[in-house]
Write a protein that binds this ligand. Structure first.
Ligand code: PMP
Length: 363
């Protein structure tokens, strides 16, 4: 495709061109079935193969140990903000949360509707521009779980390493950084991620849950569709799953595997982020990185310019030159380049060239 944009959207976001082409080829007729995948029963053998392949590829690429269930759920990561306390926060217990930014705040507000929440650490005093150090975390030893937001999509911060929480289950929102690097899943009781950044289109959310956290008979008052055991028991086929979104996730996972898996993604993402942060740091203050070094995200690079006027001009000119999605989130302003797995190195190179040129003209 000649006119593919330099896509830095925060989510939904860039997908690998190979995956889009493959989907296009299979769109009208899947295999020799006489119909598209979207027109098939989710209980038929053709769809089931796709469904279970996505499950097993995710297990392979993330190194998910046995004893965990992979679930495909609808409602976005936002629904997980509620499902997690509804399922894991037992009456009288306390859930601990690390307050790191916009998405952690949403998760906290939702949990507060269901029970006692304690803040294990907060970087609000630093305008959420850093991730608290592991040593700062302070939570009850009998907490129902400790929740962290692995990557704050809006502020552009990311946990460099995860805490060992012992008997307290660690819950991670990896919506904007799942599969951007290898992860030790065994540190977590539950990992969740909306698909629309690193895994595919919107419409499906991945939940990886340790089996002992799937509460069964003793869980009362939780609607059927919002219980993990409902989905776990039925291998995410309790009701009609978002079949096309899961098909796309499967294709993206195949692509990640063909590229060399999570390690290869980590190397590519480090290169892309390195190009941008080096340019920002070497710009003599013309560009200023928002996140503090040590907390910088390799998925969402946030930066500012000397004035809001200049930022507006940057956004406008970059758009005119084919760069999409560089305006920062409306809640924080500034600029943001989202460089998820499927954003090619060439797009980032083109962006650094534009940024150098923009500085020359306006510095
Ligand atoms: N958590 C994080 C870190 C996110 O980036 C987002 C979406 N941008 C969400 C949660 C909410 O996801 P959804 O829109 O799928 O509900």
């Amino acid at each position: 495709m000649a006119n593919r944009a330099y896509n830095f959207n925060a989510g939904p976001a860039a997908l690998p061109l190979e995956v889009l082409k493959q989907a296009q080829e299979q769109f009208v007729e899947y295999g020799n079935s006489g119909m598209s995948l979207m027109e098939m029963s989710h209980r038929g053998p053709i769809y089931e193969k796709v469904h279970y392949e996505a499950d097993s590829l995710l297990r392979e690429l993330l190194g998910i140990p046995s004893g965990y269930k992979v679930l495909f759920i609808q409602g976005g990561a936002s629904t997980q903000f509620a499902m997690i306390p509804m399922n894991l926060l037992t009456p009288g217990a306390t859930a601990a949360y690390v307050s790191t930014g916009s998405w952690a705040t949403k998760a906290i507000q939702e949990a507060q509707m269901f029970g006692q929440v304690s803040i294990a650490a907060s970087s609000e005093a630093d305008k959420f521009m850093r991730i608290p150090s592991i040593g700062e975390l302070n939570y009850p030893s009998d907490a129902a779980y400790l929740h962290l937001t692995s990557n704050e999509t809006i502020e552009g911060t990311q946990w460099a390493e995860y805490p060992d929480t012992g008997s307290v289950p660690l819950v991670g929102d990896m919506s904007s950084d799942i599969l951007c690097r290898p992860v030790d899943v065994s540190k977590f009781g539950l990992i969740y991620a909306g698909a629309q950044k690193n895994l595919g289109p919107s419409g499906v959310t991945i939940v990886i849950i340790r089996e002992d956290l799937i509460r069964k008979p003793e869980l009362t008052g939780v609607p059927t569709m919002l219980r993990y055991d409902t989905h776990a028991k039925a291998d995410s086929l309790y009701n009609t799953p978002p079949t096309f979104a899961i098909y796309m996730v499967n294709e993206v996972l195949k692509w990640v595997k063909s590229q060399g898996g999570a390690e290869a993604m980590a190397a590519l993402n480090a290169d892309k982020a390195g190009l941008l942060y080096n340019l920002i740091d070497g710009s003599g203050g013309f560009y200023r990185g928002c996140a503090m070094p040590g907390s910088r995200s390799i998925m969402n690079v946030t930066f500012r310019l000397g004035s809001e006027e200049l930022e507006k001009q940057f956004a406008k000119e970059s758009e005119q030159q084919g760069f999409v999605g560089l305006k920062g989130h409306r809640s924080v302003g500034g600029l943001r380049a989202s460089i998820y797995n499927a954003v090619p190195l060439e797009s980032v190179r083109a962006l650094t060239e534009f940024m150098q040129d923009f500085q020359q003209r306006n510095g």
